[in-house]
Design a protein around this ligand. Structure first.
Ligand SMILES: Cc1cc2nc3c(=O)[nH]c(=O)nc-3n(C[C@H](O)[C@H](O)[C@H](O)COP(=O)(O)O)c2cc1C
Length: 357
């Protein structure tokens, strides 16, 4: 089945409604991302000063002050222009990365491009473009993807995989046939790295393997436990039966930390971003302790971004200070020490204090 492509105005209206729903409604996944079940070691004698902690990390060749990315949210509506500028200004000031929302609307109507153009206010922010992989089955070409990157001066491209969301979206783009060859061609053709993500349902090891074989530079698990796109689409339907259907998928997918651990175990050398339900610097530290290279968060930054760049920067500061303190209090001087900082069962006992037998 092939739908007529929606007009840019229809996409713009949908994007604006997504913002309202995410700002006003409860759209949290019914699954637990897993952060409460993980504890980091407490080091009462860290033998370093808080200021000695180095929170920086390199991601796909770019230096970041902390291993944090504001995940893709918006673009393509006039409201998004201010939101994206506030996100970009704050991300640049605080030294974290930023992924923009899907640029499909701007590919359909170039007058919407300014809603994504943040380089004018944040020349040095580490910036990622965003497109849906399924659009390859609805007319999008490799040249379109290249243009989406060039239009905003991006350092890489996020490609999202959202079959559940499209299936629950009225007139969604549900033809996911034979996308792998397109993804493989894209990774070979683009001059910038391609990162593939889910949008709140996670990636399995088998899917991740196929994506790595297609040449993707990094995987973003975008797991369950944070924003649920099934629930967002349910709210948008204005139809009780459709909303009830969408709600049955409120607990769908692989929880963020479970997926992160599985992918790291299967692919020791892959670059992995953990996102979905990351809500503090302690969560970022836990994700990295379990094997992620970076963490990402979207929804918490939306409301501050509707106010000002300062409001976004204040929330980034909350994340980064929390992350620094988590490293300090678990005895980690650098981000690479974190995998040793998991609190293990029985870790309170050591040979020297254990009763002799
Ligand atoms: C308002 C909003 C819009 C989003 N739009 C996109 C998008 O255009 N492309 C995309 O890949 N992900 C999009 N996402 C998904 C997020 O990037 C992220 O994967 C998901 O929300 C889970 O992270 P969170 O729990 O921190 O919100 C959007 C999320 C929100 C809250």
């Amino acid at each position: 089945m092939r739908n007529d492509p929606p007009s840019a105005r229809a996409i713009e209206a949908r994007k604006s409604r997504h913002l309202d729903i995410c700002l006003d409604d409860d759209v949290a996944s019914r699954l637990d991302a897993g952060f409460d079940g993980v504890r980091l070691r407490h080091e009462a004698l860290p033998e370093i000063a808080l200021e000695d902690v180095d929170t920086s990390r390199s991601f796909l060749g770019h230096h970041l002050a902390a291993p944090l990315l504001i995940s893709s949210m918006t673009g393509g509506t006039q409201r998004a222009a201010a939101i994206n500028r506030n996100l970009a200004l704050a991300a640049e000031r605080c030294g974290v990365g930023l992924a923009l929302g899907s640029q499909r609307a701007a590919l359909a109507d170039s007058t919407l491009l300014p809603t994504y153009r943040v380089r004018e206010v944040a020349a040095d922010v580490v910036l990622f473009a965003n497109l849906g992989a399924v659009q390859f089955n609805y007319g999008m070409t490799i040249d379109d993807a290249r243009r989406a990157v060039a239009d905003i001066g991006a350092n890489g491209l996020y490609l999202h995989l959202n079959p559940l969301q499209e299936a629950l979206q009225p007139r969604g783009d549900t033809n996911f046939r034979d996308l792998w060859p397109h993804i493989a061609r894209l990774t070979r053709s683009l001059e910038v790295p391609v990162i593939v993500k889910s949008v709140g349902s996670g990636l399995s090891v088998d899917t991740a393997r196929r994506l790595l074989e297609a040449g993707v530079a990094a995987l973003d698990v975008a797991g369950a436990g944070g924003t649920s796109w099934a629930r967002v689409e349910g709210r948008r339907a204005n139809d009780d039966q459709h909303e009830a259907l969408a709600e049955t998928f409120g607990g769908w997918g692989y929880p963020t930390l479970e997926a992160t651990v599985a992918l790291r175990a299967a692919f020791p050398d892959a670059t992995i971003v953990a996102s979905g339900g990351v809500r503090s610097g302690v969560d970022v530290a836990k994700a990295l302790a379990l094997g992620a290279d970076m963490a990402g968060a979207a929804l918490p930054f939306l409301e501050p971004a509707t106010r000002s760049a300062d409001a976004v920067a204040a929330l980034l500061d909350f994340f980064i200070r929390g992350f620094r303190i988590a490293l300090f209090a678990s005895g980690c001087r650098t981000v690479t020490d974190l995998p040793n900082a998991l609190q293990r069962r029985g870790s309170l006992a050591t040979e020297s204090v254990a009763p002799s037998t």
